[in-house]
Design a protein around this ligand. Structure first.
Ligand SMILES: [Zn+2]
Length: 1006
């Protein structure tokens, strides 16, 4: 027969869009609208309700960017609606094709109870049955679409900060009516969306596709386009047999988990996220009232804490649903943080603070890590997660890889220490699913484990400003449990999914090492000040805890536990996956800088108070060493007088304009342009630089990614480069006690770059400072070191260890890692000889074999210092920056580890009574003390976190300088673990560690 397929498909599309969808809410009666435009930042609910409202009308403009308008909606339910389902339809003037990036509102009753939110896909407000009059208030936020073009134009815009945004209104109020909701029409709409969508996904040779086609035709025949409401039931009846046909035995199984991925800050400031979370959770609890099997998972302890603090009435509803097990806290973390750049201890604290909050606030033990959107995953995570009591890990971001397809969706992920954790990548490849037939078919087709496993997770619901799952999507789920041609969809909690998936697939494949994301490589560099604040405060937190704990134990000083917790949580929040990576609007980064400065000041206060208590009164000059290695005669974690200074650095100026600096360990030659052209390691009599190269050569690249400007560095950046060779001014400074210096001032474009090279006394290290007045646009500034080292791989510090990455591009996987992330150091070596580059706040690096010396490749290590993308913050990184890094010559990995700490933990000079012995001491430099603190439970116990830093086995003695009653191995939440290899004596313990093992010990005080 003639197929007429395209005719029916087009018929369906038009009928749904123009006849059926508009008939769900038939035209009703206008609602009386009044408005109050809040003059500045959002006001408390009570203030909004009591405001001075003025008449307003549909068709009028409202909402300059970032402003808040309170609308009051009053009206009567018409007599003719009696006994029907009545709703107010209130459309703020948003575009339903662009969900999550526009105006949103939260609806309140007159007595301040939150009802639900208003979003582009959810513009209705339920009017309680039997009422004849109603009064609602809507707190509407005029959030702008910062990225433009539905989120993906990436054009420079002033919209990203309230200080620069234009003041003209963005929206026009589109609809305010009280209507009857035609439930049968809504059901027909869902029926046709489900079956029509399924039809388009099935192969043309599949008879089911044609059954659906004929059924759709019959249904549309039964529907009178001039009386949709009156004939919807007949149209549905024509579809009923199609729903009666069950799913195939081998159909993929989907655990659909309600969710809304709400970025804790991104294209809006933190304060708006507080309201976004309140809107979405109000929506979710409202849906739970009417849909008893709906389960919703929400991550980020911080977001729960925000609702508790700012919208207690919403929080009470959430708490009640958590107790029922339908509103499920997930993720185990304080926020969905970045995992590339977050430091070791901070990564542990993301889990400590997250899990502790969920346990204390709700009595819930979260067992999954939920990071659908972070930009790549550190190979330290499996061990950290396991030590926090996490069993399962979820992300989908690796599906964003631009070069390589990841081979698994369900697998065991193995970290650097060998810990494995069950991991799932939802094959639906989105965290904003609508449970559309297209998405579900993609999940089933894409699922790599077919034939071995049958189930995958689909997070559904609109995130950010979308309000989460809608009733329409839940109605779809209701129809998809057992439907021929479709995967079977069940509404599950994450735990239900993980336990099933783990059981059905015991022989899982293993992926070892990092989950590198092949996109968003610019996030290691963008917004340098945000990264600098984070790095600084991570180390100040270490110092503050160490000295405060030492002062508490040795001097009886008060331990500022509450203050430290507040400061930790603030730093953890700013590690969110769009803040630390530098991918947020200007407003967010402006606030992050101010917050980091406040946190630094408070931590400096804690450090100063603690050191004063420790040092006591007296005039002895002491040095406090917070690093985990002794230096300058001062023990790790202790205070002592400094050792006598080493001999002064010799400076010789030659006739040829060259200067030679010599500290007895290194001899440097600096040319007339201030470039270091030779680094001679005197201990091995070896030239470190490749012939013809300059150490710390600044290279300026054009940096115009195809998309995602703040996020991405595209490989083509390498094609256009200029070396900054000329100097306007070069000054040589003799050793002033702190080494000799050469300062070179260079200009490029509108920028001035002052490079200082310092050769310190008695160290095999060159210290570099870049003082940049940076005004380039769409440029990437790198500092290059061409090294005469034959390295086939580089080692980069990550949390509690390091990862190796090849320096070649043999495979597409190697080639894709053209920009890599390192924490405090990066190391390259051939057998017996290595060089490290350490930094104080630089994460982006690249390592290549491109510099060739006589046909043999050397190793070029480059640091990515500054970028200047124009979107979402058009002023990214403009202005002054001071960046510090070092070249450590003749360094093994152990030296790199030590120098990385040194670069970030400068010694402090105090005067006092005399030396203070450390609270704990370890006798093996491979075993590093990452944290010393007092226990979370307020017992006064001392908690010491150690790790094996070199990737080998270690046996070390741990000594303590205070009376200890017992020593217990504990997890990151400081709960006892099965006792491992630690043996305890009277005044010390013997610890044994596996490669990269993290060991936390609780020392109870006697
Ligand atoms: Zn996100």
């Amino acid at each position: 027969m003639h197929d007429q397929r395209s005719t029916t498909e087009a018929r369906l599309e038009r009928a749904v869009a123009q006849r059926i969808a508009p008939a769900v809410h038939a035209p009703g009666e206008p609602v009386e609208v009044a408005a109050w435009h809040a003059p500045g930042e959002p006001v408390p609910v009570a203030e909004g309700l009591a405001a001075d409202f003025e008449p307003f009308a549909v068709g009028r403009a409202w909402g300059p960017p970032w402003s808040t308008t309170w609308f009051r909606l009053r009206g009567q339910v018409p007599q003719r609606f009696a006994g029907r389902e009545v709703e107010v339809v209130f459309d703020l003037g948003t575009d339903a094709r662009n969900v999550g990036f526009q105006a949103e509102g939260l609806v309140y009753t007159a007595d301040g109870q939150a009802v639900k939110s208003i979003n582009p896909l959810s513009t209705w407000i339920p009017v309680p049955a039997g009422t004849t009059t109603f009064e609602f208030y809507v707190e509407a936020a005029a959030n702008p679409d910062v990225l433009g073009g539905g989120g993906h134009a990436f054009e420079p815009t002033p919209l990203g900060d309230v200080l620069t945004a234009p003041r003209e209104p963005l929206y026009v109020l589109a609809r305010a009516e009280v209507c009857v909701r035609e439930g049968e029409v809504a059901d027909l709409l869902t029926d046709l969306e489900v079956l029509g969508g399924l039809m388009l996904e099935l192969p043309l040779e599949d008879a089911r596709r044609w059954e659906l086609l004929r059924g759709v035709d019959a249904s549309l025949d039964a529907l009178d386009p001039h009386d949709v409401a009156g004939t919807a039931a007949a149209a549905r009846a024509a579809l009923a047999p199609l729903f009666a046909s069950p799913a195939r035995a081998s159909a993929h199984r989907v655990s659909a988990v309600g969710h809304a991925h709400i970025d804790s800050a991104w294209l809006w400031p933190l304060r708006e996220t507080v309201r976004k979370v309140a809107r979405t959770t109000a929506n979710v609890t409202q849906l739970m009232d009417v849909h008893p099997s709906f389960v919703y998972a929400m991550s980020s302890a911080q977001q729960f804490a925000w609702i508790a603090e700012h919208r207690p009435e919403v929080h009470e509803k959430v708490r009640a649903r958590i107790a029922e097990g339908r509103f499920v806290p997930v993720g185990s973390m304080w926020v969905e943080s970045d995992t590339n750049m977050v430091g070791a201890e901070a990564m542990a604290r993301q889990f400590l603070e997250g899990k502790q909050f969920f346990a204390q606030e709700y009595g819930v033990d979260t067992e999954e890590a939920w990071l659908p959107d972070s930009f790549g995953y550190s190979a330290a995570l499996p061990q950290i997660m396991k030590l926090a009591g996490v069993r399962w890990f979820l992300t989908q971001k690796i599906s964003w890889n631009t070069e390589n397809r990841f081979p698994h969706h369900t697998f065991d992920w193995e970290g650097i220490d060998g810990t494995r954790i069950f991991t799932h990548f939802p094959p639906v490849d989105t965290y904003n699913s609508e449970l559309s037939a297209k998405e579900l078919a993609h999940a089933a087709r894409n699922f790599s484990e077919k034939g071995r496993a049958t189930t995958s997770l689909v997070p559904f619901g609109w995130g950010d400003g979308g309000g989460g799952p809608t009733r329409e999507v839940l109605a779809r789920a209701d129809r998809l449990g057992d439907l021929e041609g479709s995967p079977r969809v069940s509404l599950h909690s994450p735990r239900q999914f993980f336990t099933t998936a783990e059981q059905e697939y015991p022989d899982r494949p293993v992926w070892s090492g990092e989950l590198y994301l092949e996109i968003h490589r610019g996030t290691y560099t963008s917004q340098a000040k945000t990264k600098q604040g984070n790095r600084r405060n991570e180390h100040l937190l270490r110092e503050a805890e160490l000295w405060a704990a030492t002062a508490a134990v040795l001097r009886g000083a008060e331990y500022p536990a509450a203050r430290l917790k507040e400061l930790w949580r603030t730093v953890l929040l700013n590690q969110f996956h769009d803040i630390l990576p530098g991918s947020s609007i200007a407003w967010v980064h402006r606030e992050a800088a101010a917050t980091h400065a406040r946190v630094s000041a408070e931590l400096e206060e804690v450090v100063a108070t603690s050191l004063a208590a420790l040092a006591g009164g007296g005039g002895t000059d002491l040095v406090a060493n917070a690093a985990p290695h002794a230096r300058g005669g001062v023990p790790a974690l202790g205070l002592a007088p400094a050792a006598p200074a080493a001999a002064a650095v010799q400076v010789q100026r030659g006739q040829d304009g060259r200067t030679v600096l010599d500290n007895g360990l290194l001899r440097l030659v600096v040319d007339e342009a201030g470039h270091c052209v030779s680094v001679r390691d005197l201990a091995t009599d070896r030239e470190v630089l490749l012939a013809g190269t300059r150490a710390n050569l600044l290279q300026l690249h054009r940096d115009t990614p195809n998309r995602w400007d703040a996020w991405d560095v595209d490989a083509h950046y390498r094609n256009v480069v200029s070396d900054l060779l000329e100097a306007d001014e070069v000054a040589v400074h003799e050793d002033d006690g702190d080494g000799a210096r050469v300062v070179a001032t260079r200009r490029t474009g509108a920028s001035t770059l002052v490079q200082t090279l310092r050769l310190p006394r008695g160290e095999s290290r060159i210290a570099f400072t870049l003082d940049a007045d940076w005004h380039e646009r769409e440029a990437l500034l790198k500092a290059a070191f061409g090294l005469d080292v034959h390295a086939d791989r580089s080692a980069s510090e990550i949390q509690f260890g390091h990862v190796f990455r090849p320096t070649h591009e043999n495979t597409s996987w190697d080639a894709a890692r053209f920009e890599i992330c390192a924490h405090r150091w990066l190391h390259v070596a051939e057998a017996g000889y290595g060089v490290a580059v350490t930094n104080s706040a630089t994460y982006g690096h690249d390592v290549t074999r491109s510099a060739v010396d006589g046909g043999r490749p050397g190793t070029t290590v480059r640091l990515s210092l500054l970028r200047a993308p124009l979107s979402p913050d058009p002023e990214t990184d403009q202005g002054r920056h001071v960046l510090e890094y070092s070249l450590v010559v003749g360094a093994q990995v152990a030296d790199a580890v030590r120098e990385g700490y040194r670069q970030n933990l400068p010694v402090r000079r105090v005067s006092g009574a005399g030396p203070v012995a450390p609270l704990v001491a370890v006798d093996d430099p491979a075993v590093v003390v990452e944290a010393v603190k007092l226990a979370e439970d307020g017992s006064g116990d001392v908690v010491v976190r150690l790790y094996e830093s070199l990737g080998g086995r270690a046996r070390a003695r741990l000594d303590w300088g205070f009376p200890v009653a017992s020593v217990t191995e504990v997890d990151l939440l400081e709960r006892p673990l099965e006792q491992g290899a630690t043996t305890v004596g009277d005044d010390g313990a013997q610890v044994s560690l596996r490669p990269f093992q993290i060991l936390t010990l609780r020392l109870a005080r006697a």
